[in-house]
Write a protein that binds this ligand. Structure first.
Ligand code: FPP
Length: 254
């Protein structure tokens, strides 16, 4: 069972607010799940074992996020640069994604979770792409919380696609370039219908964004932990959320 929230409870629980109105629980948490390979290497196991343990960490984390009342979780599962990995590893990651859908889709749906993909999942092999489409279609009407999986996703590619779409509108005479604002750009991004990103977590001690949600992270709180992704659990997520709650978000103001 991935999520404890029942369909009957519908919307994610409202997060308690701090004295100044700032929420203590982020609405939208994104995670760069890093360190599967190092986790496996430390155990003299093949990289696939690390990815398998990573998939277990995904299940644990979604359960924990649900308990905390986090409305939206975005997971960086496969970047547009990950195609550079050996063919076998790409196949293994695709296989794990399919296994995850087979095992968890009914639970996600019963938990009133909507699945969204950002990036271009059509680049994956046809069966995987079709399974993802079917999963999104099945859960499209769910309004409890949202699980976003970034697949074949790169933030610069997402921004280039958005710019091309706006350029087409300008070319067609439907949009005056003077009307292009941060809001019109955000509306073209894959994340247009998601809550603003509050907290971005990266595991494994690396301190970079790796082409993930560059626009959306403009005012997100960043949290880096040395924990390798396969070891990430409820306590690790709670620690990230506690760190977030202690931060003072000023959005450029005083
Ligand atoms: C980074 O670790 C992790 C990935 C590139 C893939 C993430 C995939 C999963 C957690 C499993 C399946 C996902 C879902 C949503 C079911 P790395 O291989 O770069 O680790 P390293 O830097 O230690 O080598």
């Amino acid at each position: 069972m991935i999520l404890s929230r029942s369909r009957a409870s519908r919307k994610a629980a409202p997060a308690p607010a701090g004295g100044d109105g700032q929420r203590l629980v982020p609405r939208h948490v994104a995670i760069i799940m890093d360190g599967n390979g190092r986790w496996a290497k430390a155990r003299h196991l093949p990289r696939l074992a690390g990815h398998r343990a990573g998939a277990e960490a995904v299940r644990r984390t979604l359960r924990a996020a649900s308990k905390l009342g986090i409305e939206c979780v975005t997971l960086y599962a496969f970047s547009s640069e990950n195609w550079k990995r050996p063919e076998q590893e790409v196949a293994d990651l695709t296989g794990l994604m399919k296994q995850f859908l087979r095992a968890e889709l009914d639970e996600l749906h019963a938990g009133n979770i909507r699945l969204r993909i950002i990036g271009d999942h059509r680049a994956f092999e046809p069966e995987a792409a079709a399974m993802l489409d079917a999963a999104m279609e099945k859960t499209a009407g769910n309004d409890g919380s949202t699980l976003v999986v970034a697949l074949n996703y790169g933030s610069q590619d997402e921004l280039a696609r958005a710019m091309r779409a706006l350029g087409e509108q300008v070319k067609a005479g439907m949009l005056d370039p003077a009307q292009i604002t941060p809001e019109t750009i955000a509306a073209q991004l894959d994340t247009a219908d998601l809550p603003p990103l509050d907290l971005l977590v990266r595991t494994s001690g690396e301190v970079r964004l790796s082409n993930f949600l560059l626009w959306q992270a403009a005012y997100a709180e960043l949290y880096f932990t040395d924990t390798l992704w396969p070891d990430f659990d409820e306590a690790a997520l709670a620690a990230a959320v506690e760190a977030y709650a202690r931060r003072e978000r000023r959005y450029g103001g005083l």
